[in-house]
Design a protein. Structure first.
Length: 385
């Protein structure tokens, strides 16, 4: 026979371990949205499982309604935490409807049929709904951040979806006083319930790894992105240049480089202030980025200076790319906070390597020299070395 109290007792140590892990995870990532709800969900589940494990000394209504409901509530707190983590609107309507149905069902059957397994079936059904919502949120996170951080959590959810119906089958057979081993052979109620417990632990570590992966990605972005403009910084540019040089030599192609400078930027800072100067840098970075292909690499390399790497190109194509972003900056003015327009122009120096032969330092020097030639020739122009 299936004994829910025995199973609840076996779960308590595992839930305690999960709770400790999620509390530590919350403290480590206390500024991140999501981990606090994951820890709250673990607390709710542990309280519910604790009531179920105690059993008879407590009133039947407390165990069969409040205890079971707290377990399901913990699942939906985890769902809410993951929706916050994913930056998605909270699934309030679906969660409230499911929790209301679970609470109503538990209350009704606890009064009318207190000695049956229907309460457990409602608990498992609510858990499966929560898992399906978690899967939907995981798909969104995978599209935004890739599979690396979500893989462990996705694996646990995948198996839980299949184990839910198996648990319902086992509980149904137990409710009919059927010898489960005689029907299912080697498997008794212990196997799917134990598997569900272990998958719960896997889910806990999935949440922890998800938060750790987000932190790692944010730290990487902080190291490789310019905090003012949001585009790659000099460190990222140097790494991209090394990769581009290797690809150029391997594929026997030509590598193009543009070094770009905003004309009279110091005058903007001196007359309008650094706040306007910062806004202009962001505006120019966004305007140039909007004209480029996904394969082009654009970075801020210092002050008002930017650089653009164009792989597998020709002199005509490189000049065309540069003229496109030069014209875009010239024609798209920055709208200031007071509503006035601030126009600016830029100058750019271009350099192109020989097929399959490129020296990164030499290429940058040539592009930089061409930039100064563009400034000497009147600014707001492109010069090819």
């Amino acid at each position: 026979m299936f004994e829910i109290q025995i199973f609840a007792l076996t779960l308590l140590p595992l839930l305690a371990a999960s709770l400790i892990v999620l509390l530590v995870n919350w403290r480590i990532h206390k500024n991140m949205r999501g981990p606090a709800h994951w820890a709250a969900g673990a607390v709710s589940r542990m309280l519910g499982i604790g009531m179920i494990a105690i059993g008879d000394p407590l009133p039947v209504m407390l165990v069969n309604v409040v205890g079971y409901f707290l377990v399901v509530l913990g699942d939906f707190l985890a769902v809410h935490g993951l929706s916050q983590f994913a930056g998605r609107p909270p699934l309030r309507r679906t969660s409230l409807i499911t929790l209301t149905l679970v609470l109503a069902g538990l209350g009704y059957f606890a009064q009318t049929m207190p000695d049956t397994y229907i309460g457990i079936i409602i608990l498992v059904a609510g858990h499966v709904v929560a898992i399906l919502l978690l899967v939907l949120l995981q798909l969104h996170i995978a599209r935004q951040e890739g599979l690396s951080g979500i893989l462990v959590l996705a694996l646990s959810s995948f198996w839980e979806i299949f184990l839910g119906p198996a648990l319902l089958l086992v509980i149904y057979l137990a409710s009919k006083d059927v010898e489960i081993e005689a029907v299912l052979g080697w498997m008794s109620w212990v196997q799917p319930m134990a598997a569900m417990a272990m998958i719960g632990i896997l889910q806990t570590f999935g949440f922890m790894l998800l938060a750790a992966n987000r932190t790692r990605r944010e730290l990487r972005d902080m190291a490789l992105l310019d905090t003012l403009t949001g585009i790659p910084n000099r460190r990222a540019f140097d790494a991209a240049m090394r990769r581009a040089v290797e690809a150029t030599r391997r594929n026997n192609t030509r590598l193009g480089l543009a070094v770009i400078d905003i004309d009279f930027f110091k005058r903007v800072n001196d007359t309008c202030g650094h706040t306007v100067g910062d806004a202009l840098l962001r505006h120019v970075a966004a305007t140039i980025s909007s004209t480029l292909r996904d394969s082009d690499f654009f970075a801020r390399v210092g002050g008002e200076e930017f650089a653009l790497i164009v792989e597998d190109t020709t002199s005509e194509a490189l000049v065309e790319v540069a003229e496109r972003f030069r014209l875009a900056v010239e024609t798209h003015a920055l709208t200031r906070a007071n509503g006035t327009a601030l126009h600016c122009t830029l100058s750019a120096g271009l350099a192109l390597s020989s097929p399959g032969h490129v020296d990164a330092t030499r290429l940058y020097t040539l592009a930089d020299q061409a930039l100064y030639q563009a400034k000497r020739n009147g600014r707001n122009r492109i010069e090819l070395a």
